[in-house]
Design a protein. Structure first.
Lengths: 137, 281
């Protein structure tokens, strides 16, 4: 028995495959989903999501969204989701720098909010990428 | 018959027109590519969100229903019209105008996105409560929030019984259809009660408004994206036709120009020939 996992963001379908286990941060704390999990609907909070498949562990960085479990199908609707191995650290660092810069000389409330969102995204990507790397080496 | 100089001028004008339209066609083509990608890419997300919202609504009792699903008892509607800021995109705006004017009786409030929509609504003397610029680049997600705020204010404040969106759906590069969709109240077909219990974390009351609100946001944004893609596609085709027409005109004028020139030369030769004949006679 396996779970069918689908991760969809507004930009693209990130993942569509069968997995054994999903660990994900939600508004009520971190949860793990195994096959035959009760149907569930909950909110995702930004953090690190881990997928287990055939003993292989694959970390992802997710920004908020929704998670739905229906009869062993798991649908994740995330604002942003990226495989840890796809995160480009240099790019994320650059984004962090740019966002900090934008926040320092903010033009308007709106710019500040946008920069803040970018910063959170960059920091999350960096955190997940770094932890993933230290596990590997 | 027109003189050579006027013909030459007309050819030059037509050539300038064809250059401009060709450039506009190419700009739209490059913008269209990105717009199309985005509009297509976010579709699965919106569809899934719709399924979740609908599934969710099966599992709740009437008491728990969100205000977004209830239809207030007022004879008024709020209509959001989305159009490009600029013209020169074929029949797109005409079709939009027709749909706006078809809107039925009762009190109507309008929100417009795009200058063209604004001028349609104001020129027909309808009640315009807010208007936003569409911009000439890919619409930002931020555009959605102020629109949603006004929609919330009118719908949840029970000033209107329905919220509709009039926009152009992107079917293909060659066809864009004007569509009038009902945004609120969220329409739920009670198809089948899905079996089994569902756990909500946190409770339904908290998660339901969040999901529905996000769903509305995404729907508005998806419509903006499609509207933008439609605009670029329509403009590209319109400008392609304009370029083709200009080239046809250039061809016709060039032919006439050559004919006139040849005729002039022939006449001059005849004159010389006649003169010579006289001299040798």
């Amino acid at each position: 028995m396996k779970l069918f996992l689908e991760i969809i963001t507004p930009i693209k379908i990130v993942l569509q495959e069968e997995v054994d286990e999903i660990t994900i941060p939600t508004s009520e704390g971190e949860i793990s989903i195994l096959p035959n999990h009760v149907n569930l609907l909950t909110k995702i909070t930004p953090g690190e999501m881990v997928i287990k498949h055939n003993g292989k562990i694959e970390p992802f960085a997710v920004l908020g969204g929704f998670l739905e479990v229906i009869n062993n199908r798991v649908n994740i609707l995330a604002d942003h989701a990226i495989r840890a191995s796809d995160i480009e650290i240099a790019k994320a660092q650059e984004a962090e720098e740019r966002a900090r810069h934008a926040m320092r000389n903010k033009q308007s409330e709106n710019d500040f909010r946008l920069a803040d969102a970018d910063l959170k995204k960059a920091l999350l990507e960096l955190k997940v990428a770094r932890r993933h790397r230290s596990v590997k080496s | 018959m027109a003189t050579l100089i006027t013909l030459k001028r007309r050819i030059r004008t037509a050539r300038n027109v064809s250059k401009t339209t060709k450039a506009m066609q190419m700009i739209s083509a490059s913008k269209l590519k990105r717009a199309q990608e985005r509009a297509v890419a976010s579709k699965p997300y919106v569809e899934r969100l719709e399924i979740i919202s609908k599934n969710l609504s099966h599992k709740i009792d009437n008491i728990e229903q969100s205000d977004y699903m209830k239809k207030p008892d007022v004879n008024a509607k709020l209509i959001v019209v989305m159009s490009p800021d600029k013209g020169l995109c074929g029949g797109l705006i005409t079709n939009l105008t027709r749909e706006v004017l078809r809107a039925d009786s009762g009190k109507l409030y309008f929100i417009t996105v795009g200058k063209k929509a604004e001028s349609i609504v104001t020129s027909t003397g309808k009640d315009l409560i807010a208007s936003f610029p569409f911009g000439s680049s890919l619409p930002l997600y931020d555009t959605v929030y102020p629109i949603q705020n006004i929609i919330d204010e009118y719908f949840l404040g029970k000033k209107v019984s329905e919220v509709q969106i009039i926009t152009t759906k992107f079917v293909s590069v060659f066809s864009q259809n004007v569509q009038n969709t009902t945004l609120l109240p969220i329409n739920i077909e009670m198809e089948q009660k899905s079996s089994g219990v569902t756990l909500f974390e946190p409770v339904v009351d908290e998660i339901l408004p969040d999901i529905l609100q996000h769903y509305i946001e995404m729907l508005i944004y998806q419509n903006l994206l499609e509207s933008y893609a439609s605009e670029q596609a329509a403009r590209m085709i319109a400008m392609k036709n304009a370029t083709d027409n200009a080239l046809d005109i250039i061809d016709a004028l060039q032919l006439e120009y050559n004919k006139t020139r040849q005729e002039k030369i022939t006449n001059e030769l005849l004159d010389i020939g006649g003169g010579l004949q006289k001299a040798y006679a």
